[in-house]
Design a protein around this ligand. Structure first.
Ligand code: ADP
Length: 494
């Protein structure tokens, strides 16, 4: 019980009542209690007041007792502060003793109160620690410097599958997965030697049933002055996370493996397809040439004798075989772009364009086309034959896809953009609707009939593929009736 717990009125009331009671006792039973009894009884009253109420009530009790003794028990009685010498001395001694007693018991009381408060705080913090330790969602252990478990919480027992007492018979070394032990022991030694304060790691333990559990471990060392006392170890079970990570890793591995397999299959299929295209185009040419030759021989040797209709059919055979020959040759050229190794080197665009123009001069003249080259054209990184093929196809198309009433005008120019060059081949032809801008670069993609504009539908496929083989790409800007502007991007040679 502490004075602080009682109300002020209660504390002072007890002081007054205890002094009053002592007085009454003395007044009623004076003759039986002896000469010194008022002081003894009043000492008792002051002690009760000090014990119950602390210093203030004890002083009040002392004063009341002093006055009461003076009035009731010391000669002359029933008068205040009119004492003879010996009574004054006795009263003064009582006053001093009672005040000393009050101060002493109040100090005692305060010390007791402090001790009680400290004990309560310790109880609370012990309880708090016990609750934290026992109810924590992670495993916690106190571990001796040699590695033996000194104290473990329920969560740790659950994680490791042991009963509390069983786990206390183990050390962390005895339940650690062998591969993870060297790191643990090294960390333990470093901490004991004062070289590290904490240690954290992801490691494996053996559960009691022999299965492996993954843990996120954090260890700190508690030191007594001068020596290591114990480790505090906190362990979170991360087995689920680790298993998920492992699953994802395996999945990624198998995915990579599958992608590699599929890529290889695709590569093989592509190579086969290219070989197939090449051999078809190549092998077709021999019978085709003989068909063409025989039809021509038929025409030359027996043309006169033939019925007009038979002659027309023979002419058609000759035209069809010629067209098929062009197609197979183009196809061969296209597949060649996949098959051959290109050695890239600096090439002057200007000389390539000049050579192409010289090569197709008859075609240009026949169509009365004008070709304007905006010189100078830069040098690029390329391959002469491929560049010639690309530029020839673009100029030929520019000359070809023009309506009959228009004289074709072709402009060839280059645009410098940092470390790349864009070559433009622009015409004033029939133009191309935007929805076909990509399609026309595919093999055999044509927007017109052969009768209207002859061709095999491979020219632009060669342009796109050739540009890609040179490390660039090709595209077009056009709309119907507005002419077309084809472009190819190259790396520049400076
Ligand atoms: P081809 O010229 O043998 O028909 P291409 O692959 O060179 O084959 O061209 C594919 C198609 O793209 C052509 O059939 C034509 O419809 C269209 N085309 C190509 N160049 C032009 C152009 N300069 N102007 C308009 N249309 C074009």
């Amino acid at each position: 019980m502490t004075a602080a717990r009682h109300s002020r009125a209660g504390r002072y009331g007890v002081a007054i009542i205890s002094v009053g009671c002592a007085m009454l006792l003395k007044l009623d039973f004076g003759p039986w209690l002896g000469e010194e009894s008022p002081f003894l009884l009043l000492f008792a009253a002051v002690t009760i007041a000090a014990w119950y109420g602390g210093l203030g009530p004890a002083v009040l009790a002392t004063l009341l007792a002093t006055l009461g003794t003076d009035y009731f028990f010391l000669h002359p009685v029933h008068r205040f502060l009119d004492l003879d010498h010996s009574s004054s001395v006795r009263l003064l001694i009582f006053l001093i003793e009672a005040l000393t007693l009050s101060a002493f018991s109040a100090a005692l009381q305060r010390a007791r109160e402090r001790a009680e408060i400290e004990a309560a705080e310790q109880r609370r913090s012990r309880e708090l620690f016990r609750n934290t330790f026992e109810l924590a969602g992670v495993g916690i252990a106190r571990v001796a410097p040699d590695g033996h478990f000194l104290q473990v919480n329920q969560r740790l027992c659950d994680i490791l599958g042991y009963q509390n007492e069983e786990l206390l018979l183990h050390s962390f070394q005895s339940i650690t997965y062998p591969e993870d032990l060297p790191l643990d022991i090294d960390a333990q030694q470093r901490m004991l030697a004062g070289k590290a304060k904490r240690y954290a790691a992801e490691k494996r333990y053996f559960r009691k049933d022999g299965t492996v559990v993954w843990a996120d471990l954090a260890v700190s060392l508690v030191r007594e002055p001068g020596r290591p006392d114990y480790f505090i170890t906190v362990i979170a079970d991360i087995t689920d996370r680790k298993q998920s990570e492992e699953k994802i890793r395996l999945l990624n591995e198998s995915l990579e493996h599958r992608v590699e397999e599929r890529t290889e299959e695709l590569r093989e299929a592509n190579a086969e397809l290219r070989a197939f295209t090449y051999s078809i185009a190549h092998d077709l040419r021999a019978p085709l040439t003989s068909m063409q030759g025989l039809a021509q021989a038929l025409m030359d040797d027996y043309g006169e004798a033939m019925e007009p209709m038979a002659r027309e059919y023979t002419k058609r055979i000759i035209r069809a075989t010629a067209r098929m020959d062009t197609m197979t040759q183009d196809l061969l050229g296209y597949s060649q772009l996949y098959r051959s190794e290109l050695r890239l080197e600096p090439v002057s665009l200007e000389s390539v364009v000049d050579e192409v123009l010289a090569g197709i001069a008859p075609n240009i003249a026949a169509r009365r086309a004008q070709v304007r080259v905006e010189r100078p054209l830069p040098a690029v990184i390329g391959h002469v034959a491929t560049l010639q093929q690309i530029i020839a196809n673009l100029i030929s198309n520019g000359v070809k896809f023009v309506d009959s009433a228009t004289c074709p005008v072709i402009v060839i120019r280059a645009e410098n953009g940092g470390d790349a060059v864009r070559l433009w081949v622009e015409d004033n032809g029939i133009g191309i609707a935007p929805e076909y801008h990509e399609r026309i670069f595919g093999v055999f993609e044509r927007l017109h009939g052969v009768a209207e504009y002859p061709g095999s539908g491979i020219g632009l496929a060669i342009v796109r593929r050739g540009a890609e083989r040179l490390g660039g790409t090709a595209g077009v800007i056009s709309s119907p009736g507005q002419g077309s502007r084809f472009w190819i991007d190259f790396s520049i040679h400076s």
